[in-house]
Design a protein around this ligand. Structure first.
Ligand SMILES: [Zn+2]
Length: 353
């Protein structure tokens, strides 16, 4: 008999607090985690100052000394600046307060300094607020790197509801994109004998269908929309921890999104591009792509080239280049990808063009 040699590690957040005014609980959370007295708080000039002040006030009131660092995009340089401050003030923990990039900086700095970190999203634009990987810009191109899962997540719906609605709709579209990611995964299991986790698959699928079914309730200026969205966003992140990779949440639609972002940087948000990618990849999978388009429309997320703010050529090129983005991840796009003619047909048939 063959010896049993399998081993696997899964890291989850220890506490997730989501809802109205949960930021008030950050001091108690840090106490429960037994954190030492000094913390570094990463935030940005535009996103987060209000939340950052609130978090600092609560923590100072609980006896912590908080050192704020205001940074821009998630670059290597900004991760290093954070690490330098951590060393200087001998911090015991790190907080990321803001949109995705501040959380990404804090996440990677936490991994490299081996400190615990708390994720305090002020918007919910993608599933990175509760995932173990970070998107770091290197040479102007974002790269996904292994970081750490936040030890605690505090998602204050009062604050998230005040961020631009477009961000929330993008976060919801990012979760809906799980529906094609898991189909790509199934395909890779059948064709490449890839490792599979039923738990991760199921959790990823439930997260996406929850958003899909709640689409009529996801609206601007309604705090309950943030409440509905935040739990599936967190469970999506947890499905990655169970699988040990982003496989359950990132397939051909994410490759399309990354390819499009290279061709037309900064035109659309990550989740917005993933949403449009999901419509088209679901068509290729022979699934119910209309249902996805309709849900995105209801949430006012982009479904066409115009709504994305890119050109027809960008869409066709992105479809043709998508399979090269992550060649080791097998998807419906296969090893050779799409021809320009097929790409144009696909975009037209699904109403994207
Ligand atoms: Zn994503």
């Amino acid at each position: 008999m063959e010896l049993f040699t399998k081993a696997k590690a899964m890291v989850f957040p220890r506490e997730v607090l989501a809802g109205h005014h949960v930021l008030d609980k950050v001091g108690e959370m840090c106490r429960r985690f037994g954190f030492g007295g000094s913390g570094v708080l990463v935030t940005g000039p535009t996103t987060g100052p209000i939340a950052a002040k609130q978090v600092t006030d609560v923590l100072t009131g609980t006896g912590y000394e908080i050192h704020i660092i205001e940074l821009g995009p998630a670059t290597r340089e900004n991760v290093d600046k954070t690490k330098a401050l951590v060393k200087e003030v001998q911090a015991h923990f790190i907080l990321g307060v803001g949109g995705g990039s501040k959380i990404d900086i804090a996440k990677l700095a936490a991994k490299e300094t081996e400190l615990p970190f708390l994720s305090v999203p002020t918007s919910a634009a993608h599933d990175g607020i509760a995932s173990p990987s970070a998107s770091i810009i290197d040479d102007k191109v974002p790269h996904s790197v292994e970081a750490v899962m936040p030890m605690g997540i505090l998602a204050d719906t009062h604050i998230i509801a005040k961020s631009p609605y477009r961000l929330l709709a993008s976060g919801c579209a990012d979760v809906i994109s799980n529906l094609t990611a898991i189909r790509d995964w199934e395909l890779a299991v059948r064709l490449k004998n890839e490792e599979f986790s039923t738990t991760a698959y199921t959790l990823s699928k439930i997260s996406a269908t929850t958003i899909l079914q709640s689409a009529p309730m996801i609206k601007p200026m309604v705090e309950e929309s943030a409440w509905i969205a935040i739990k599936p966003i967190v469970s999506s992140g947890i499905s990655m921890s169970i699988a040990g990779s982003s496989r359950p949440t990132s397939g051909s639609e994410h490759m399309f999104s990354h390819a499009l972002n290279r061709l037309a940087p900064g035109k659309a948000l990550h989740g917005e591009m993933c949403g449009v990618g999901t419509i088209m990849m679901m068509y290729l999978h022979g699934g119910n792509w209309e249902e996805i388009r309709d849900a995105l429309k209801l949430m006012k997320a982009p479904v066409t080239v115009h709504e994305l703010g890119v050109t027809n050529t960008d869409i066709i090129r992105a479809l043709c280049q998508a399979h090269t983005i992550r060649p080791e991840r097998y998807t419906i796009l296969g090893d050779n990808g799409m021809t320009p003619e097929a790409a144009e047909n696909l975009a037209k048939l699904t109403g994207v063009l």
